[in-house]
Each structure stands twice: as structure tokens, then as C-alpha cells.
Design a protein around this ligand. Sequence first.
Ligand SMILES: [Zn+2]
Length: 174
Amino acid sequence: MEKRVLVLNLDHSPVAVVSPQKAIVLLLLEKANCLSVYDLLQIRTVSRSFAYPAVICLNHYKNIPYRGVLLNRVNLFRRDRGECQYCGSKKQLTIDHVVPRSKGGKSNWTNLTTACHRCNVLKGDKTPEQVGLTMQTKPFKPSLAYFLSEYAERQAEEWLPFLNGKVENLKFEV
Ligand SMILES: [Zn+2]
């Protein structure tokens, strides 16, 4: 799987996660400097190869508008670590409205959860309490910092020194 590149602002606060191709372009245009590379990895083009950037830093301060984490299926499953929040199963995952839509439940971060097909069917049009299900984690609105540190722990340890202490103070927290 292709590794992603962490982009830091001039003040070293994380601003984005981009593809290595995008990072190389920023580096070639001298819009960013490379702070850390993935050892043993390279990016090849027809004519040359590059060190594979892990963390780059912009050369100019970029004003980042307030941004939230997009609510979609992939991000919801990622927030819930790919597990049914009722039974812990990782199979046949679906999206469940904790308070059912028929009872006024909204489609937002705090009412949507990851549920396996079995639990979703069992729950049907009821609340978890009504069918005796308990949730592992109460649905919450994740910050970009949450995703960054979770990704870094699994796939990009090279990012960790640059997230230390910064993750708590992201300016564009959700
Ligand atoms: Zn389940």
C-alpha cells in the first residue's frame, strides 16, 4: 500500500496528508522542504528516483480554513477501527443509526456507528437499550488529529516525532 505524506505548515502544525506524487511536486517546485523520509523506499519516475518523503514542511505559511473530517463510510469505519461497536465483529460491516431514523435519529457523527450485519438486523428499528445491546464506544466527532495519530501508529512511525505535542493543539480541530 502506498504510504502517505504528512504536510506541516511553516509553524510545524500538521495541515494535510497527501500522496507521495503531490509531495514530490511540492518539493520540486521548492514550495516545501523534506523533513523526514521513509527509509528503504524510493519513488521512481522514468528518468530518476527520489527518496520517499514521509514528512514535508511548507516554505510559506498557509492559512488553513476551518475543516472537519468528512463524514463518509470509510471515515466512519476508520473512527470505529473497523469493528462492530456492539459485538466487536469485523465482518459484514454496515452503518447503523443508534437512534433510528424513524425515531428522529440524525445522520451525523454522534448518531452513526459501525455495526455488523447481524447486530444491525437484531437491533432493527429500536434503540440499543431496547434490545439489550451495549456500545463499546459512544459515537463521537473525530478530529483530524485523531486520524493522524491513528494512521501514524499503524503505518508511518516517521510522523510521530512531528505529531508529539502538536496533535492536541491542532488549529483546525473538528
Ligand atoms: Zn455486531
